[in-house]
Design a protein around this ligand. Structure first.
Ligand code: NDP
Length: 251
């Protein structure tokens, strides 16, 4: 598994690229949206809390980045029609997609499986894997319209080695890795679309605090500090890397 934490991206790495970031209002997704815009990308900010997306939008504009777009969507209730309507809108507005960072995620509960609430399990699977899968299917024609597109699925250490009590979250991340491999194999022949997974590693966000309440957040890297691998994966230098598992932080 490869980590590119020492990668130094040129300022115009993502110039002219149109990149969709899910869960762009907070945590790692927020940092990724701001970072991609700072490197020249037109970023489509997708999330469920519009006020948070608007703040990120304003920050990008204030920093002089390319005008972003806001796409409100909640993976919990979104339907196939929503994903196809979304594809139509993005096609009309942009005509193609050069990248998707699948970042939105739900932790669920850290609890013994025998006590896991079935509704919560379904909710986690919906947000972490089923929604992103069907959204990706609807957006495939737009990705195929790009000369160099990169899809990045966000994984986790518990999506690579199971751990007690991590329930639906771990299962959804294993499914993410599996789907990444299936799709990567299907698009390999295109040569213009790559699909990889990325484990951020322990990062200072709200989700991490919920998962590890006893931990001192100051001992963790910030979302901004883990951006080099995100940039490398979205930029042209990762071309040819397909179906691989990456880490944003060294082990
Ligand atoms: P946060 O909880 O800080 O942010 C998660 C983002 O996902 C938020 O913007 C949230 O929106 C959005 N989101 C949640 N549910 C939905 C939904 N139903 N529809 C649309 N958007 C939704 O988490 P992190 O930034 O820590 O995590 C980002 C990714 O990294 C996740 O996939 C996570 O599993 C993964 N990860 C994180 C690690 C860490 O240490 N932080 C370690 C390993 C993996 P809103 O703000 O509106 O709630």
């Amino acid at each position: 598994m490869t980590c590119k934490i020492d990668y130094v991206a040129p300022a115009d790495l993502l110039a002219e690229r149109i990149i969709l970031v899910t869960g762009a209002g907070d945590g790692i997704g927020r940092a990724a949206a701001l970072t991609f815009a700072r490197h020249g990308a037109t970023v489509i900010l997708l999330g469920r809390t519009i006020a948070k997306l608007e703040k990120v939008y304003d920050e990008i504009e204030a920093a002089g980045g390319p005008q972003p777009a806001i796409f409100p969507l909640n993976f919990e209730g979104a339907t196939h029609k929503d994903y196809h309507d979304m594809a139509e809108t993005l096609d009309r507005e942009f005509g193609r997609l050069d990248g998707i960072l699948h970042n939105a995620g739900l932790l669920g509960r850290i609890t013994p499986f025998e006590q896991y609430n079935p509704e919560l399990w379904d909710q986690v699977m919906q947000v972490n894997i089923n929604g992103p899968i069907w959204m990706t299917q609807a957006l495939l024609p737009l990705l195929q319209a790009s000369p160099d597109a990169s899809v990045v699925f966000t994984s986790s250490s518990v999506g690579r080695k199971g751990r007690a009590f991590w329930g639906a979250y771990a299962v959804s991340k294993f499914a993410t890795e599996g789907f990444m491999e299936v799709l990567a194999d299907e698009v390999e022949h295109l040569g213009t679309l790559r699909v990889n997974s990325l484990n951020p590693g322990a990062t200072r966000t709200a989700m991490r605090v919920t998962a590890y309440p006893g931990e001192d957040p100051n001992t963790l890297r910030t979302p901004e500090a883990i951006m080099p691998t995100y940039l490398w994966l979205m930029g042209p230098e990762s071309r040819g890397h397909n179906g691989q598992r990456f880490d944003a932080q060294p082990k």
